[in-house]
Every structure is written in structure tokens, then in C-alpha cells.
Design a protein around this ligand. Structure first.
Ligand code: ZN
Length: 315
């Protein structure tokens, strides 16, 4: 199809792709990654010169837009990087390395390497708190796979041999997920405190580990999963200003349903040490979803902005 996004010039042509990435990483013009200089920078010309090569005449060093980003040390052409980013940003449940390898025509090893770097670009840095006055943040946890090396079944049952994921979802907004060490209050509270504004009303299930939330936030309402489902929809409370809201954890449960379908259907072999990267990926797509006015191309542009300052070193 002539209008297919996949035929777009930035996805087909390396020079166009580099220019597109430069415009997002350097909105004000090139910045030297070695000395931070912006004044005396020249573009290297000539037939034998690499595309997108600059020289900083303050520190006399050369650079491209890849230096100091997750793309550094990669020989994959920029338009192939953008194809991979577009695919990962536009597939609701993610895209496996196998699929990426076939679609892009790169080796499985390269596809794996690329997808983990893209997840790193999607990772949120800095913790601007979620929620705020008149806002609801839903908090829940879920169990994912088995901890490596743990026995299949423990006599006591429970969560000791499972990976635990904690997720905070701003109703009508962003999601943040964390791979955490245990189910105790000490495992939950530091993360919740660091990520949710005090003025927020938090909604959770009746889990004991959420008991202290009422002391720390504007309000804490719980959903009783064991009670009649109907009660959850009629349980409407009001903020002091009069705005009404439903007590529920449906939003965070909806997030988990996408996450679990993706992890089960697409990423069948997620190692425990990489779980946080997949969480970044699902959080990123959720926090920049269509319902919030972000389309696939814009989401890709946001991921490109996230490549900066996040070099990853594998082996
Ligand atoms: Zn410089």
C-alpha cells in the first residue's frame, strides 16, 4: 500500500532516518556529547564521510547522534532501528525477537539486542509523582512466572517462589510497574511513596500489605474481591470538591490483562533478570496510548527521545 507507514522515507532511507532522530534528540540543533558544546559544531562533508558525522571545534572530537545513547556501538542502520522501534511501539502486546528478526531481516541475536535497547529507551527516568489532588491511583500486584531455581511447588503455597510485580496506574493516565522482592509492606511502601503524590486517593484490593496507605495518602479505598461484584460498581465516593469516583481496581486489572497476554503469547521465555525491561515496555505503551491522544508515530518519537543517556552494555 502506497500510504503504508512502513513505506515512509524515514523507515527506508538511512540519511532520512538519522535526520529524523537528530530532530528529536537535538530539537535546538546538535549538542556535543563529549563536552556539551553547542556553539562551534560543523557537519562533516565528503563522499567517504559517515552520514550524520559532526565535529565539535571546542573539544576537537567527532560524534554522531548515536553517541551516548542506546544506539551507540551498534552498526544497525538507523532506518532499521526506526522500523524496530515503530513495530515495538505500535504492537499492543509487544513483538517477539523471532518476529522482529524475520520482519527486519536481521539475525535473532541482533533482534534480541535491539529490542532490549528499545525497552531501555522506553524506561521512565526520574520520578515525577503520579496522581495529585482530586486524582485516583490504583495499586495492585501480580505474580509472574517462577523465580529461577525455585522448586515448582512449595508445600506452603503462596508467593515465595514467584516473581512479584507491583503496578501503579493513574486513572486516566500513566502506569508504572516494578519487579519487587516480596509481598511485605516494606517491599511495597518505598516504591508507592516515591511514585505517588500525597494528595492522591489510592484504590487497592483488601491485601494486608496495603493497610498503611490511609496514613500516607489523602484517602485509601479498598475493593473487596471476595464480595459481590455488583458492590464495586455502586461504591461511589466523592472528593471534597464534589467530584465523584468509583472505588475499583479495574484500571490496573485491565493493564495486567494486556501485560499477561503479551508475556504469555509473545514473550514466552522472559528471564527473571529481564522482567523489569518488559515492564518498562508495557508501561510505556500504556502511558502513551491512543486514548491519551498519542498515535503510533508519536509514540515512536517519544521512544526515540528516550534513547539519550542510557547506554546499555551486554557482555
Ligand atoms: Zn565537544
Amino acid at each position: 500500500m502506497a500510504n503504508s507507514i512502513l513505506s515512509a522515507r524515514v523507515l527506508q532511507n538511512e540519511a532520512a532516518a538519522i535526520a529524523w532522530v537528530e530532530a528529536r534528540v537535538w530539537p535546538e540543533g546538535p549538542v556535543c556529547p563529549h563536552c556539551g558544546g553547542v556553539e562551534r559544531i560543523g557537519k562533516m562533508q565528503g563522499k567517504a564521510t559517515r552520514i550524520g558525522l559532526y565535529k565539535c571545534y571546542q573539544c576537537r572530537k567527532q560524534f554522531t547522534v548515536k553517541v551516548g545513547t542506546v544506539f551507540e556501538d551498534s552498526h544497525v542502520p538507523m532506518n532499521i532501528w526506526l522500523q524496530a522501534m515503530y513495530l515495538l511501539c505500535s504492537s499492543k502486546k509487544g513483538i517477539s525477537s523471532n518476529q522482529l528478526s524475520r520482519t527486519l531481516g536481521v539475525t535473532l541475536k541482533t533482534a534480541w539486542f535491539m529490542s532490549h535497547r528499545i525497552r531501555e529507551a522506553m524506561r521512565v527516568v526520574g520520578v515525577e509523582p503520579m496522581g495529585g489532588a482530586g486524582e485516583v491511583v490504583e495499586i495492585d500486584e501480580t505474580l509472574m512466572g517462577k523465580v529461577e531455581g525455585a522448586p515448582k511447588k512449595l508445600r506452603t503455597g503462596g508467593s515465595q517462589n514467584r516473581n512479584i510485580v507491583l503496578t501503579l496506574v493513574e486513572r486516566g493516565g500513566r502506569a508504572r510497574s516494578f519487579h519487587i522482592d516480596g509481598m511485605a509492606i516494606r517491599d511495597f511502601m518505598p516504591i508507592i511513596r516515591a511514585n505517588v503524590a500525597k494528595e492522591t486517593r489510592v484504590n487497592t484490593d483488601e491485601g494486608k500489605h496495603y493497610n498503611d496507605l490511609s496514613k500516607e495518602f489523602a484517602g485509601h479505598d479498598t475493593v473487596t474481591h471476595s464480595a459481590d461484584e455488583y458492590a464495586r460498581y455502586t461504591n461511589v465516593h466523592s472528593f471534597p470538591e464534589g467530584k465523584r469516583y468509583v472505588i475499583s481496581t479495574n484500571t490496573v486489572e485491565g493493564f495486567y490483562s494486556i501485560f499477561k497476554r503479551g508475556m504469555k503469547g509473545v514473550y514466552q521465555h522472559c528471564k527473571e533478570k529481564h522482567l523489569h525491561r518488559y515492564l518498562s515496555e508495557f508501561d510505556f505503551r500504556y502511558s502513551n496510548r491512543v486514548a491519551l491522544g498519542v498515535d503510533d508515530v508519536e509514540r515512536t518519537a517519544l521512544a526515540v527521545k528516550g534513547i539519550v543517556g542510557k547506554r546499555l552494555t551486554y557482555r
